[in-house]
Design a protein around this ligand. Structure first.
Ligand SMILES: C[S@@+](CC[C@H](N)C(=O)[O-])C[C@H]1O[C@@H](n2cnc3c(N)ncnc32)[C@H](O)[C@@H]1O
Length: 268
């Protein structure tokens, strides 16, 4: 397991029990992604970075595949997904621990690959697109949702103005977020035919506490290699600066989601 992936997966395992409450609005993003997949019959589905299973559930609700495989490196997230399996009827679900870099799946064995809110965590984006394309049968479809460029600017401004700045967390936004042309290039380089790419920007109002809960659940590992006391002191500083920057409607932030749907060309 690569170090970067290890760190991300451990972070998700630590926060797995808080994750569902903190990112409930991601479910609707997964649903919009799944609604954008061309209609058709998809018997074998692969969910990469399946987490606790929201996107798999959306695929099951819309397409009722015969078989669905969920892959994720985080044991904690897979455990949460496993606990829901009893509620899923008529679909043969297999869960496997692994990253996109070393998925325990056969080449050209899926009609549909979905990957929701995980792609931004992949340390090697071209290789990840290639690996997912390899798992697809010719004619198969891939649907990706990830964090888009330009989101979370209000939070980045707070982090940039704290002293000393947390360069790891600040730099992570540039390292993670992507825009349409970049995603298009990943897909094309992987031999896929892009069908539809778009971004959505949403402005949300929430409390500082709720926003930080979400940040801890999805990006807690970016706070850095610190003791518990150091983390608490740092987060106290972040919270105070966010309180100061909040207005009458609480903490206001923009979130950008990048969506992509592509097809693997039929050979011959
Ligand atoms: C924000 S969650 C999204 C989970 C799920 N797809 C959903 O829509 O709720 C991101 C997931 O990506 C997984 N992940 C992180 N690095 C990964 C990698 N290299 N390969 C595959 N999955 C990864 C994490 O463990 C986590 O479960």
């Amino acid at each position: 397991m690569s170090e970067a992936r290890d760190l991300v997966a451990d972070g998700f395992t630590e926060s797995a029990t808080d994750y569902e409450d903190a990112v409930r609005f991601n479910i609707e993003g997964s649903q919009r992604l799944v609604m954008s997949i061309p209609s058709g019959r998809y018997d074998d589905v692969l969910d990469v970075g399946c987490g606790t299973g929201w996107t798999s559930q959306a695929v099951i609700d819309r397409f009722r595949p015969a078989r669905l495989t969920g892959v994720d490196p985080s044991e904690g997230m897979l455990k949460q997904f496993e606990a829901k399996l009893g509620e899923i009827e008529g679909v043969d679900v297999t869960l496997a621990q692994g990253g996109v870099e070393n998925m325990p799946v056969a080449d050209e064995s899926f009609d549909l690959v979905v990957c929701s809110m995980a792609y931004h965590w992949f340390p090697r984006k071209w290789a990840a697109a290639q690996a997912m394309a390899q798992a697809l049968r010719p004619g198969g479809v891939i649907a990706i949702l990830c964090s888009g460029r330009g989101g979370e600017q209000a939070f980045r401004d707070v982090l940039a103005n704290l002293e000393p700045p947390n360069y790891v967390w600040l730099g992570a936004f540039d390292a993670l977020q992507r825009d349409i042309p970049e995603m298009e290039d990943y897909l094309l380089q992987a031999g896929l035919e892009p069908l539809d790419l778009w971004t959505e920007r949403r402005t949300r109002h929430t409390t500082v506490e709720a926003y930080l809960d979400r940040m801890r659940a999805v990006a807690g590992h970016l706070i850095g290699d610190k003791t518990e006391e150091e983390v608490a002191a740092y987060m106290g500083m972040v919270q105070a600066a966010m309180d100061e920057a909040s207005g009458p409607r609480g903490w206001t932030y923009d979130f950008v989601k990048l969506y992509a749907v592509a097809r693997k060309p039929l050979v011959g």
